[in-house]
Ligand binder design. Structure first.
Ligand code: PHE
Length: 441
């Protein structure tokens, strides 16, 4: 019973939902910075190669499982490899989604806070220090950060509660095209700022001498996170669209995701350089640096820069929401499948759980900031543990499962000889290489 019954309306919905999961904070605050740090255009080339040769096969390994069984990761693995420990991979993916969605919603909350502030014109005095202080006070203020977090989580839960077609599908079909339009407007504005050229140079200057083992590992890790691999999301979404062509869907996901990341780079970096600032990765880039730059421009183009600021935070919000719904849905559909629960009850239970962990993550910017786990705040630990370790482990396990455990003839009839070969040999070796280099480099 349960899942497999609800389905996406068609191929377009499936691809938009996948793109929604893929396009997220990773594209906006990590990708532009990594490009600049690791050799500009040279890194973009490596990134595209990693996405096509490693990430796309991993996507296919998850998709082929969902297509075959019509179930989520845990139930699929139990069906395909009964009585073996493979089902524990399903548990790893559920834990990964649960942890990621918990800290992700904290950042999503800030984007609501900043969106509201940009609408009412309360982004601070427009100085560098002012922008830093504002972020500190937003993230550090218990009631403000927790309220914003609750609203974001509530929106995510509402979409999930509405179901696969009326929630996820409808939201993705509207938000993804809108996201591209909005980021394009911000990009055009950014590129026209005086001094923007230095940002273009930072992104495009091809410096092949910066390409080494650690930058390739960085490109691969970024590509996994960005395409939402290794957490069973692709298994779950594909189980809602079993008749779709998965090679086509995976290729579109990679194309939309990379295109959006590059556009976000051109929206963000020219503005950073126009403001004479140093690029940084992480929350401070979007919540400190850019509000400052936009604030500066407000003196010259008050109306226009206000609109661009609103569009910018709106794109962060939509990008974050379409990713967080995919994470929550993966866990909710697991409960529905495993325990036969109704969607409403499963959504409520998971939402309460992620709220609890999310509160701890949120407070690690305030009262809990001195509480450390393995040298990290709770937020930092959740990010590192789930995004680096669990996702990489999940991706490795899915590729081994599809490459080695599933029937050769059957797999090749769906994904072809080339991708099966990649899954069997190249992908696991490449992942082990990044895993080790993440630990040792
Ligand atoms: N791909 C999302 C991003 O780039 C993050 C994500 C990871 C979403 C895993 C779903 C699953 O922000």
């Amino acid at each position: 019973m349960a899942s497999g019954k609800e389905q996406f309306g068609g191929k377009f919905a499936y691809i938009m939902a996948l793109a929604g999961s893929a396009i997220g904070l990773g594209n906006i605050w990590r990708f532009p910075f990594m490009v600049g740090e690791h050799g500009g255009a040279a890194f973009i080339i490596v990134y595209i190669l990693c996405s096509l040769l490693i990430s796309l096969p991993i996507f296919l390994s998850e998709a082929v499982i969902g297509k075959k069984t019509g179930k989520g990761a845990y139930e699929s693995l139990r069906t395909l490899a009964p009585g073996t420990p493979w089902k524990y991979l399903g548990i790893v993916t559920i834990i990964a989604c649960f942890v990621i969605v918990s800290f992700y919603c904290v950042v999503g909350g800030w984007s609501i806070d900043y969106l509201a502030r940009s609408v009412v014109g309360k982004l601070g005095p427009g100085t560098r220090e002012g922008a830093g202080a504002l972020f500190g006070s937003v993230a550090g203020s218990i009631w403000e950060t927790l309220t914003a977090h609750l609203i974001f989580l509530g929106l995510t839960a509402l979409i999930i509660f509405l179901g696969v077609q009326k929630g996820i599908e409808l939201f993705s079909k509207i938000s993804i095209p809108l996201l591209f339009v909005m980021i394009l407007v911000v990009t055009v504005y950014s590129l026209r700022l005086p001094g923007a050229n230095a940002g273009v140079e930072y992104l495009l200057h091809p410096d092949f001498s910066k390409i080494d083992a650690s930058s390739i590992a960085a490109a691969l890790g970024q590509s996994f996170f960005s395409m939402s691999l290794g957490v069973g999301m692709v298994v779950t979404y594909t189980s809602y669209s079993r008749n779709s062509n998965i090679i086509e869907a995976g290729s579109w996901t990679a194309i939309f995701d990379t295109l959006f990341a590059i556009l976000a780079g051109f929206a963000v970096m020219p503005a950073v350089f126009a403001g004479d600032l140093q690029p940084e990765a992480g929350p401070s880039l979007v919540f400190e640096t850019l509000p400052y730059v936009f604030g500066q421009m407000a003196a010259e183009l008050p109306v226009f820069s206000r609109i661009v600021t609103i569009l910018f935070f709106m794109s962060i919000l939509l990008a974050a929401l379409s990713s967080s719904i995919s994470l929550l849905e993966t866990t909710v559909s697991h409960l529905m499948e495993r325990k036969g629960m109704k969607r409403g009850k499963a959504t409520l239970l998971i939402t309460l759980g992620t709220w609890g962990l999310g509160v701890l993550c949120a407070l690690s910017f305030g009262p809990l900031k001195d509480f450390h786990l393995f040298g990290q705040t709770i937020f930092g630990f959740c990010d590192l543990f789930a995004s680096n370790y669990l996702m990489t482990l999940g991706a490795l396990a899915f590729s081994i499962f599809a490459g080695w455990k599933m029937d050769k003839i059957e797999i090749e009839s769906i994904i072809g000889k080339f991708f099966r070969f990649m899954l069997k040999w190249i992908v696991p070796l490449a992942i082990m290489a990044i895993f080790l280099s993440n630990i040792f480099l």
